[in-house]
Ligand binder design. Structure first.
Ligand code: IPM
Ligand code: MG
Length: 356
């Protein structure tokens, strides 16, 4: 029997190509660090809609629950864009997050040394190095609140609700404080407490939880200010904790500071070891099948899986070091710079394996 059982949700667009490369790297890491992995595949998103009529078949949830962790590529594409909201590929993604109770989404924004010039932010603003951990609440708030259509003043209208319970805020705050304790002990909680009642409860609750973490320096920013501070002085941030929708927006912004959305990994955790790992980018249908996608975010997601779910921290460090090494010479088209060697998705996977 293998040491770990991983469910692969390759998804749509470039999903299959990037997951294949990440699997190669995981197997290579296993060879080197002495563990074995067994894989199972399941459908999520557009491919699931095509095969079964729904974006998240029950069988997919069952397979994920029966595994040590899940590796996800990406879902969605123009083919399914005109379907009603509840059967779009994205509904499958939200569904799996909810079904597996993955309330804590960790989105690190780091710049790999050789990619510094790829960041649209000037070197002197980035300063030394960028290393931000965004902790996004993932199973609550407006993404999961009640919504609907109605008529107002004879006009068609639509509504969504942002709601958080104290318990939901407390558990995500604890994840963020725990992470801050392992890092630079600085936590920024982001809300819109000058306007939203849900944000006022968010802030009160985070302050309450902070009493258990006297060593962590806590500050609060309104989300608009945080969006601005991220490009003005990204070096001020260590860990950021925020709601589902604010985290969605701020993590895209932070990814660009790191040079390319093709580089950033994420972990979605349920509080214990189990997690779902995925690149933060989408399915890039325009380049699907061309073999030019950047697999590094997915490969780095495997590193996060090794660190957070499989207790293989050394293998995780080794993969990250291998990626940094390969980037000194080789680039996929999205991060290509003069003087580098341009490689395909598959070649990039092979190079990381070789550097391991
Ligand atoms: C993300 C994505 C998803 C989200 C979409 C595809 C539903 O943007 O993971 O950030 O909004 O959570
Ligand atoms: Mg997003």
């Amino acid at each position: 029997m293998a040491d770990y059982k991983i469910t692969l949700l390759k998804g749509d667009g470039i999903g299959p190509e990037i997951v294949n490369q990440a699997v190669k790297v995981l197997d290579k890491a296993g060879e080197k660090f002495g563990f074995s992995v067994e894989y199972d595949e399941a459908l999520l998103g557009g491919c699931a809609i095509d095969a079964t009529g729904v974006p998240l078949p029950d069988e997919t949830v069952a397979k994920c629950k029966a595994s040590d962790s899940v590796l996800l590529g990406a879902v969605g594409g123009p083919k399914w864009d005109t379907l009603p909201g509840n059967i779009r590929p994205e509904a499958g993604l939200l569904g799996i997050r909810g079904a597996l109770g993955l309330f804590a989404n960790l989105r690190p924004s780091v710049i790999f040394g050789p990619l510094k010039s790829a960041s649209p932010i000037k070197d002197e603003i980035i300063g030394g190095n960028l290393d931000i951990m965004i902790v996004r609440e993932l199973t609550g708030g407006i993404y999961f609140g009640e919504r609907g259509r109605k008529e107002v003043d004879g006009q068609p209208a639509a509504w969504d609700t942002e709601m958080y319970t104290v318990a939901e805020i407390e558990r995500i705050a604890r994840v963020a404080f725990d992470l801050a304790m392992k890092r630079n002990k600085k936590l920024t909680s982001v809300d819109k407490a000058n306007v939203l009642e849900s944000s006022r409860l968010w802030r009160e609750t985070v302050i309450k939880v902070s009493k258990d973490y006297p060593e962590v320096e806590l500050n609060h920013l309104y989300v608009d200010n945080c969006a601005m501070q991220l490009v003005r002085n990204p070096g001020q941030f260590d860990v950021i904790v925020t709601s589902n929708i604010f985290g969605d927006i701020l993590s895209d912004e932070a990814s660009m500071i790191a040079g390319s959305i093709g580089m950033l990994a994420s972990a979605s955790l349920a509080g214990e070891k189990f997690g779902l790992y995925e690149p933060i980018h989408g399915s890039a249908p325009d380049i699907a099948g061309l073999g030019i996608a950047n697999p590094l975010a997915t490969i780095l997601s495997v590193a996060m899986m090794l660190r957070y779910s499989l207790d293989q921290g050394k293998a995780a460090d080794a993969i990250e070091a291998a990626v940094a090494k390969v980037l000194e010479t080789y680039r996929t088209p999205d991060i290509y710079e003069d003087g580098m060697t341009k490689v395909s998705c598959e070649e990039m996977g092979d190079l990381v394996c070789k550097a391991l």
